[in-house]
Design a protein around this ligand. Sequence first.
Ligand SMILES: Nc1nc2c(c(=O)[nH]1)N[C@H]1C(S)=C(S)[C@@H](COP(=O)(O)OP(=O)(O)OC[C@H]3O[C@@H](n4cnc5c(N)ncnc54)[C@H](O)[C@@H]3O)O[C@H]1N2
Ligand code: MOO
Length: 388
Amino acid sequence: MVTIEEALNSIKSQETTSKVETKPLQEVLGLALSEDIVAPFDMPSFDNSAMDGYALCGLYLEYEIVGEVAAGDTKETALKDGEAVRIFTGAKVPASASAVMMQEKTKVQGNHLFLDEMPKAGQSIRKKGAELQKGQLVLQKGHVLNPSSLGLIGSLGLDIVKVISKPRIHMITTGNELVKPGQPKKEGQIYESNSFAIAGALEQFGFQCAQQLQVKDDFEETKKSIQKSMETCDVLIVSGGISVGDYDFVKQALEENGVQELFYKVFQKPGKPLYFGRKGNQFAFALPGNPASSLTCFFIYVLPLLQKWSGHTDLGLPWYRFPLRHDYENRFDRPSFLKARVTSDGAQILDGQGSSMIQSMALGNALAFVELGEKFKKGDLIKCKLIS
Ligand SMILES: Nc1nc2c(c(=O)[nH]1)N[C@H]1C(S)=C(S)[C@@H](COP(=O)(O)OP(=O)(O)OC[C@H]3O[C@@H](n4cnc5c(N)ncnc54)[C@H](O)[C@@H]3O)O[C@H]1N2
Ligand code: MOO
């Protein structure tokens, strides 16, 4: 049995062989950059107007209007002292302009322009290079591309990006008692739900389950399914069959497929019988079958490994501290991840903490962490990871 910290250290310290891909900009959301991005030119690349109004040469209250520059015009307009041009947001400001005045503060009579107030030098001009300068490091290798990153990269004129690909993930659910939703079930059977929860959690973080198999509690069948899954996957997630019962075959079946144990059993609740192993560059998790245990183990342990594999440098969900809305004492016999709901009023530990109970997790949005025997008073700060 390992501690939570030891388990996380084992996961985060794994060497992974990342695959680099060159992809079109519209397909890289959520992927990590495999190389630095450097500005190929100044941004903005020319002085441009921040307002619809008038570009002014010299600082006065009156000007003669001599023309117009619209966004996209590429010609250079030469302005003399006391002259102005009509200009629009984003349009190239003439090199000799001293300022731009927004049109709401102007009056026009014929080709005469009158300002309501004195302009200030440089006013409403977005200067060349004000945001980025040519050669400047814009985004670092390992940066995970969010929507703004895509906009930024596009604004630098780049339409293909070198990124680290995501792992191919396969899932196996085990259990004689499991029936797929939508089918009739008999007394003694239950509906298989972990594959939906885990596939959803994968999707929530931009991963995909590429293959899902369902096996009976049968050693040979489990071993064969693991072998088939591991022919093509990078990360295998098995649910159930990892405890100590007579029908729990997953650990042995993994190991007979060449997977080497990195840890088995974590001193925590839920999710004690969690297993993590490796075969070459492939990784395998066996998550405890109880629905809340498997999903909690996904958020705490599987996610950082998937992120590591994908080239992320920040691994796992961050911890936040929220004031607890009530007293709480951890009466479980292990450090515990508790289903909680966080609102602007603080964190509330929900009823229904059993490992088999999933409704509280569906209604909650956080996992709160409490050490063994830890006691909290209302208002004390409690560590939480936001899971939705
Ligand atoms: N003698 C002991 N028994 C158990 C221990 C122990 O230390 N000693 N640990 C308990 C803990 S803690 C957990 S967690 C479970 C984990 O067991 P398994 O990983 O072997 O999971 P199963 O036995 O296959 O299933 C547990 C539970 O979850 C339901 N289940 C399984 N798969 C699914 C699924 N895909 N969808 C929905 N529900 C699923 C299954 O029906 C069981 O009720 O072991 C304890 N026992
Ligand atoms: O460790 Mo188990 O997940 O408590 O039910």
